[in-house]
Design a protein around this ligand. Structure first.
Ligand SMILES: Cc1cc2nc3c(=O)[nH]c(=O)nc-3n(C[C@H](O)[C@H](O)[C@H](O)COP(=O)(O)OP(=O)(O)OC[C@H]3O[C@@H](n4cnc5c(N)ncnc54)[C@H](O)[C@@H]3O)c2cc1C
Length: 434
């Protein structure tokens, strides 16, 4: 019998699960786990498949949670919303906006599911903002024994901390309660600065607005900066179209990447040869439309979370390494920042964090480039984004996570037989009984 096929968003991982189950109610999740356990199969949950690696792959049961959606209870006064785990961030944003509410911070895309974003330590940018999982105040998961467990800061707080960033290794997250706030607008201010200026005053730049990011084409000595400030000003006419500028930029990079397949070293010439972009004029829009933009071009990305104070040295080392390497990606290196988190497997665990992301066109020629960047970021105390490309194993990861054993104990307790494991997870976390 030919098994069904699963591919991630990037199209870079493929697996053939024995079966794909698309639960619509919690009982179907419980039943699928029982059936898999009885058949000696493993189980992986999958959301929108936006992870760039094999986290969600299995040859057993794939629980496709993308139809397990819905925004439930909305408590405007308390600023809380309860959603089903498979709900996309886009659907959540839209429902919150209709209710006059918003999430405090969101990453660059909203196609991923709430549970997938939690599981991998998804983040946006802003020194005052922890990763997406820090917005969670409670969640429900179905564990390997079929039990449905609710946890929050009072009910089973240790489970809650571990389950906030769990790589899908503790159970299937069916419901999450998140903090939200009254809807707000943001003023977007773009700019360009010498890279060394930003690095010399990195702390000051990182705190210069509620949300900052910079994008750097490594053959250049300047970076494009983006700062977002809360404002009471009205939405700028035509603001809805502005995020498409970023989309067009991505398409430009994608085209340069395609053209560069023949000669990847030509990326700088191809990018510089495209018509120059006019600088982004400042504008105001609803926060959720400012944070994210449509990303239709498929690519591969690597990102590491570094201590924020270590970012300047890491980027200087990266500049040297990339220029020596000589093969560039047509995409910018993206730098973002965030507050510390206390989930044991959060890449932001225990420290204010700078996130350094490299995006490359799909294709084997750029894999070596990813490895070079990974090596530099690892040398600078980087922790890989769980949902992006990396080669780290438990041996590399364990010393980087002070509460590694807290998570390992929880995993051993909840999933002693390794129902929720796969080859990728075994490499990352070790086997359950280690
Ligand atoms: C174009 C693009 C842009 C991105 N931008 C950002 C960004 O700005 N910031 C950032 O931090 N990341 C970003 N990412 C990474 C992405 O957000 C994460 O990898 C996230 O996991 C994707 O969510 P998903 O629903 O697609 O999860 P999937 O890829 O489907 O799954 C990821 C993990 O979550 C687990 N999982 C999924 N659903 C459940 C569930 N219900 N219960 C238990 N475990 C579950 C899976 O088992 C797997 O381990 C981006 C990715 C892409 C493709």
């Amino acid at each position: 019998m030919r098994h069904p096929e699963y591919r991630n968003w990037a199209g870079t991982t493929l697996c053939r699960p024995a079966r794909i189950v698309r639960p619509l109610v919690e009982e179907e999740v419980v039943a699928a786990l029982a059936r898999a356990a009885a058949a000696g199969e493993t189980v992986r949950a999958v959301g929108a498949g936006h992870a760039f690696n094999r986290l969600a792959c299995t040859d057993g049961t794939l629980l496709d949670m993308s139809a397990y959606t819905g925004v439930g209870h909305l408590d405007r006064d308390a600023g809380l919303v309860t959603v089903r785990g498979g709900t996309s961030l886009a659907a959540l944003n839209a429902a919150l906006h209709r209710a006059g509410l918003a999430l405090a911070n969101v990453g660059t895309i909203t196609g991923q599911t709430v549970a997938g974003a939690l599981a991998t330590g998804n983040h946006g940018t802003g020194l005052a903002h922890g990763p997406f999982a820090s917005l969670a105040v409670g969640l429900r998961l179905v564990t390997a024994d079929g039990a449905v467990r609710d946890c929050d800061e009072r009910r089973d707080p240790e489970l809650f901390r571990c389950a906030r960033t769990s790589l899908g290794a503790l159970g299937v997250v069916t419901r999450v309660t998140l903090r939200c706030e009254p809807a707000f607008r943001l003023r977007v201010v773009g700019g360009s600065r010498p890279l060394d200026d930003v690095l010399d005053g990195f702390d000051e730049w990182a705190g210069s607005a509620e949300h900052v990011s910079c994008a750097w084409l490594p053959w250049r000595d300047t970076v494009s900066t983006r700062a977002l400030h809360r404002t009471e000003e009205p939405v700028t006419p035509g603001a809805r179209l502005r995020p498409w500028r970023s989309t067009v930029e991505e398409v430009r990079c994608g085209l340069a990447g395609l053209a560069g397949r023949v000669n990847p070293a030509a990326a700088p010439r191809l990018v510089e040869g495209l018509p120059p972009r006019r600088p982004q004029a400042s504008y105001v829009d609803e926060s959720y439309r400012v944070f994210s933009f449509p990303q239709p071009v498929r690519f591969l990305a690597l990102e590491h979370a570094l201590p924020v104070a270590g970012v300047p040295a890491a980027l200087r080392a990266l500049r040297g390494a990339l220029r020596r390497f000589g093969l560039y990606s047509p995409y910018s290196v993206l730098v973002r920042v965030g507050a510390a988190d206390d989930a044991p497997l959060s890449p932001a665990y225990g420290r204010r964090t700078g996130y350094v992301n490299l995006t490359v066109p799909r294709g084997t020629r750029h894999v070596e480039l990813l490895r070079t960047v990974e090596h530099v970021l690892r040398e600078h105390d980087g922790r890989p984004h769980w949902g992006k490309a990396h080669t780290a194993t438990a041996e590399v990861l364990r010393p980087r996570y002070p509460e590694w054993d807290t998570f390992a104990r929880m995993r051993g307790k909840l999933d002693p037989a390794g129902l929720f494991t796969n080859d990728h997870l075994a490499r990352l976390l070790g086997s359950v009984d280690e």
